[in-house]
Design a protein around this ligand. Structure first.
Ligand SMILES: Cc1cc2nc3c(=O)[nH]c(=O)nc-3n(C[C@H](O)[C@H](O)[C@H](O)COP(=O)(O)O)c2cc1C
Length: 652
């Protein structure tokens, strides 16, 4: 079989070790470590799961070199606590037993260390030190870091590196990106010191360079040191690409790999560039790595929204970078490397860049993934269930994401599965994504489920609605109801006019054939994303939303990304109740009771969804095990449908 990815699959030397290919798992930290930042069984299983999918290197995210001053959330592993060593050592073994190299990120939050506004559930902030004194927008006071503390932290980086080596890590990654300690010192916008650690570029870089020397001294020659740095802060007065090229040249003799990221963790609008939202192109930050690579001899890796094997191969082949680091793509599908290198790319579950992972870490201090129900449940996944003794006949109603996921899992458990879809195509609520450029990964996800289904023995029946009659005829042991939801049509005059369309129907409408002035009735996620799509096609779009904010129903990071796009393309009228639609537009009333009129050629109704679970009551009297999943229980996001489908089938 011809290797389609000769560059991506090529081993690469980093310091004195060799990585087996060019796909690395970018550092991802967790919010849900154990008390004191100890690795729990769940944490270990999360990293092991990544390693098991075949990536060359698995990186543990931010570990803080000095817990008292540097923690940017209150459960972070602090490497100055020796009691962490045993669980870190176990974690390293978990990673390495799958042939991956283990990497650990050494970090310090700098001015954000220990702040109430940053540190998870902290009730009282600690005294925080940054390069210079300042008052943050939160009102928190930052003190200028004394020189004695700088010298002490340099030593702590060295000690942390020694701890990492003792635990068996193959590499360390010194974090100088994303607005944490070294980013702050490097930035002319933040560092106003008058001593040898502030002022000119060399002075601002001094702390970082002294640290790299100390880490090298502690680890010895050849031990691989990666640096993660920005290629652009994207902040006025901050460091930009030219400055980072200069920095790369300054450090290249001290390190073995430069990973080029960008932006900041603590500035909302930059966060969605550091972790590129679905509104950015895949690989939107690669140009930063590519420029830096031109100026240094040491290997350079790139990161940000990369999940397409052909694009990754091209990046390496064309010399833009030597290594691809992937964060979320390897959560959506840790087996991406194995699939790429065995000709099964069509089975890759793509990352949607929907921020369910990071959103969940804020809400529940846990982790999850919209398209991979195993993330956050890896221990459960590792349990080897005994084979099913008596395979059941499983009838699934509905071929949306929940129904397809249930079919795949039930088939994997060797049940006999019939999947009935009342239309002529699978995909359910995901079908609309095909028409929207920033939703292509969602569309691909739907396709990947279908491709996987084709490789199973699931009996897919199109144009077949599950009814009590069909259940009687087929006599299944189990019925899984995955019939989804239907749009809510608000009862306002004019709603049945010929100029009113449900949001889902935009799948069938070419923007060119639509009117120029469009009102979207409902500013939930569906309404907002539809509005952005049409706004990007040059339409004049107005959202009319009753609640006080748009996209109220989505996670905080995606909300930021959505609002940034809305600002560019859409007029949003919140607190506004629609009262009537005519052929000229929509009338309503704002929160002060004042009349509002929006002229429009077309009204798109995105007023929410209602569960379609009529089958549940229709089957109530029948002698069959029934489970209802996904939107048929309660309209929700794809995350819930996938999760329900997977776990419902797993326990049959
Ligand atoms: C859940 C999660 C946790 C992360 N934790 C860290 C971290 O601890 N340190 C770090 O440098 N980057 C962290 N990142 C950022 C990633 O390493 C990566 O740079 C970013 O997600 C962009 O890459 P992607 O588009 O492939 O996800 C995290 C990302 C995610 C999704």
């Amino acid at each position: 079989m011809k290797n389609k990815y000769p560059n991506l699959s090529k081993p690469i030397k980093i310091g004195n070790i060799v990585a087996r290919h060019r796909i690395f798992s970018a550092p991802t930290g967790l919010m849900g470590y154990g008390a004191g930042g100890h690795m729990t069984i769940d944490n270990r299983a999360y990293y092991e799961y990544k390693a098991s999918g075949g990536c060359a290197v698995v990186s543990l995210g931010e570990c803080i070199v000095h817990g008292e001053s540097g923690s940017s959330h209150n459960l972070q592993p602090a490497l100055d606590d020796i009691t962490l060593l045993p669980s870190l050592t176990c974690l390293v073994n978990d990673i390495k037993r799958h042939g991956a190299l283990a990497n650990i990120e050494l970090s310090h939050g700098g001015k954000y260390g220990g702040l109430v506004s940053v540190g998870g559930e902290l009730k009282e902030g600690k005294v925080a030190y940054g390069p210079s004194e300042e008052i943050l927008p939160t009102g928190e006071h930052i003190f200028e870091m004394p020189k004695t503390m700088i010298h002490e932290l340099v030593r702590y980086y060295g000690k942390a590196a020694i701890m990492a080596k003792r635990a068996g890590f193959d590499m360390v990654n010194v974090h100088a990106a994303h607005g944490w300690l070294f980013s702050q010192f490097l930035s002319p916008a933040q560092n106003h010191r008058s001593d040898e650690y502030g002022g000119c570029f060399e002075n601002r870089a001094r702390f970082f360079l002294e640290t790299l020397d100390e880490v090298r001294r502690c680890l010895g020659p050849g031990f691989p040191i990666e640096v993660r740095m920005n290629g652009d802060d994207f902040v006025e007065g901050g460091m930009h690409l030219d400055d980072y090229v200069a920095l790369a040249k300054l450090i290249e003799d001290k390190v073995d790999l430069i990973n080029v990221s960008c932006g900041s963790h603590e500035v909302e609008e930059l966060f969605v560039r550091t972790h590129p939202s679905m509104f950015y192109e895949h690989g939107c930050n690669v140009y930063l790595a590519a420029e830096i690579k031109k100026h240094v001899k040491v290997p350079v890796s790139c990161v940000g929204g990369l999940n397409d094997p052909a694009q990754c191969e091209e990046i390496i082949a064309s010399g833009k970078a030597d290594i691809i680091e992937m964060g979320r793509a390897l959560m959506a599908d840790p087996f991406l490397p194995k699939k790429i290198f065995s000709g099964r790319e069509d089975e890759i579950t793509p990352c949607l860049r929907c921020f369910e992972c990071l959103g969940q870490s804020v809400v529940a201090m846990g982790i999850r993934c919209a398209v991979n129900p195993i993330i956050g449940n890896e221990v459960e996944h590792r349990i080897q269930y005994p084979p099913v003794d008596h395979p059941k006949k499983v009838l699934i109603a509905g071929g949306g994401p929940g129904g397809m996921q249930a079919a795949l899992e039930a088939d994997a458990r060797e049940h006999q599965v019939i999947l009935c879809e009342k239309t002529g195509t699978l995909g359910g609520a995901l079908k609309f994504a095909k028409a929207i450029d920033f939703k292509q990964d969602l569309y691909k996800f739907s396709q990947s489920l279908q491709i996987k289904l084709e490789k199973t023995s699931v009996d897919v029946r199109y144009h077949t609605e599950v009814t009590p009659k069909l259940v009687t005829e087929l006599s299944p042991d189990v019925v899984i109801i995955a019939t989804g939801a239907t749009p809510i049509i608000p009862k306002i005059p004019g709603i049945d006019g010929s100029n009113v369309f449900p949001a889902a129907s935009i799948e069938e409408m070419a923007p060119d054939a639509m009117g120029e002035n469009i009102v979207i009735l409902g500013g939930g996620l569906v309404g907002c994303e539809t509005a952005i799509h049409l706004g990007r096609h040059g339409k004049k779009v107005t959202i009319v939303e009753m609640r006080d904010e748009a996209a109220a129903d989505c996670n905080c990071f995606h909300k930021t990304a959505v609002n940034m796009e809305l600002k560019k393309y859409v007029t949003v009228l919140t607190g506004t109740k629609a009262e009537c639609i005519t052929e000229n537009g929509l009338s309503g009333r704002d929160s002060a009771g004042q009349p509002v009129f929006v002229a429009a050629d077309m009204v798109i109704c995105a007023a929410g969804m209602r569960s379609d679970n009529t089958l549940e009551s229709a089957l109530a009297d029948m002698d069959v095990e029934v489970y209802t999943i996904g939107d048929a229980v309660k309209p929700n996001k794809v995350t819930q449908a996938v999760f329900d489908g997977y776990y419902c089938a797993k326990y049959l």
